[in-house]
Design a protein around this ligand. Structure first.
Ligand code: KG4
Ligand code: ZN
Length: 372
């Protein structure tokens, strides 16, 4: 991790936002993370621990995650502050993901953040985790210039799979999403069937390089259908069917590689099709943005780059460490919210009364800026 890698790429953010830096906390799933951002978005320090205890279970265990956040967070926050060279009293605000996500972890992060904010007498800003992913493309240094509104966000991770029209800060329209598994979940489950470790996406992509993407005729669920919903469970079942003849016998490596490549191709075909539909559902989008762990997939990135180019749009995917769960995006979302509040003549929000929520629809985010 390079804490200051975004230094020098900041652009000045118009308007008075915060009188000093803020501390941001992310604890909604299995990453425990802290970051300190200057009011202009410069990253002064960041620290992240990807909890490893879940690998043995082949997926995130909520109770283990919550306990790990509790054990890790105080020290991580202290070390982040230390590496920023700041003192606690220099902080102007504290922000934390308060939903959606695994409730145990959210409670840990939000309680820690609120406690610190109260002790410092500074505002606490509650951040919607999906909103943080959505705005991360606007982080200084992520694209050549700042991405304007509206843009299409394709959020594809282990827990999320949706198309969002990002029309402004607090203005999000869900265009479609998965009706069963998330894209990353499908990668993980298929990887498990092929005998690969967890998380399976990166391992499956590596194996797929040795395979023929046309070797197996797999379905393309919902491809060509109106709207931009996703479905991956049929694809998973199709892979299971291809594996039946092998029973308990070891799967020949070439067959596994061909299956991996064919699966990856099918997922890329589906996501490209769904993104095409989503673009058609928007008026004058300014960019195609992808975020979430699956956006790290090279085949998918190539497809989306070509799709965006065909629409005369830039394709933006934050670097992997900002695509997956992190605290920098949480801090950035807090700054965007403060800036929007300032623009509307509203005070910097203080969300001490906001409770963590396992579900928190993005449609509710506009309420923060409702005047009167
Ligand atoms: O965003 P993320 O780190 O965590 C959340 O789910 O919130 O995403 C992790 C997911 C996992 O399902 C992982 O298998 C998948 O992203 N993933 C990939 C790749 N890298 C990570 N899937 C396909 N290809 C990859 N290269
Ligand atoms: Zn996430």
């Amino acid at each position: 991790m390079t804490p200051d890698s975004l230094d020098g790429n900041a652009y000045p953010v118009a308007g008075a936002i915060l009188p000093g830096p803020l501390l941001a906390i992310e604890s909604s799933c299995d990453e425990t993370a802290c970051a300190i951002l200057a009011p202009d978005g410069r990253v002064l320090a960041e620290r992240l621990v990807s909890q490893e205890a879940h690998a043995a279970f082949g997926g995130v265990v909520p109770e283990i995650a919550a306990r790990a956040h509790l054990a890790l967070l105080p020290d991580l926050a202290g070390k982040t502050l230390e590496s920023s060279g700041l003192a606690r009293g220099d902080l102007a605000a504290v922000a934390a993901s308060t939903g959606p996500g695994l409730i145990g972890g959210l409670i840990v992060g939000a309680s820690f953040g609120k406690g610190l904010a109260i002790a410092l007498g500074k505002p606490f800003i509650a951040i919607n985790h999906i909103e943080a992913h959505a705005l991360s493309a606007r982080l200084p240094g992520v694209s050549d210039g700042q991405i304007g509104f509206p843009f299409l966000l394709l959020l594809v991770s282990g827990g999320h799979c949706q198309c969002l029209a990002v029309e402004g800060v607090g203005q999000y329209r869900r265009l479609g999403g998965t009706i069963d598994d998330a894209a990353g979940e499908a990668f993980d489950k298929v990887a498990k069937m092929l005998g690969l470790g967890w998380p399976g996406g990166p391992a499956l992509e590596r194996l797929a390089r040795e395979g023929d993407p046309a070797a197996f005729a797999l379905p393309r669920p919902l491809k060509g259908r109106a709207g931009c919903d996703f479905s991956f469970s049929g694809l998973k079942t199709a892979i299971a069917r291809q594996l039946e003849p092998f029973g308990f016998a070891a799967l020949p490596r070439q067959v596994a590689a061909d299956l991996a490549a064919s699966f990856q191709q099918a997922v890329a075909d589906v996501i490209e099709d769904r993104a095409t539909h989503a673009l058609a559902m928007m008026e004058r989008p300014t960019a195609l943005v992808a975020a979430g762990g699956v956006a790290a997939n090279t085949v998918l990135r190539e497809r989306l780059t070509a799709l965006a180019a065909a629409h005369g749009l830039p394709f933006v995917a934050p670097p992997l460490r900002l695509c997956t769960d992190n605290a920098v995006m949480v801090g950035w979302a807090a700054l965007e919210i403060c800036r929007e509040a300032t623009r509307l003549g509203l005070p910097v929000p203080d969300d001490r009364a906001t409770r963590p929520r396992p579900r928190w629809p993005l449609g509710e985010m506009a309420e923060r800026f409702a005047v009167g």
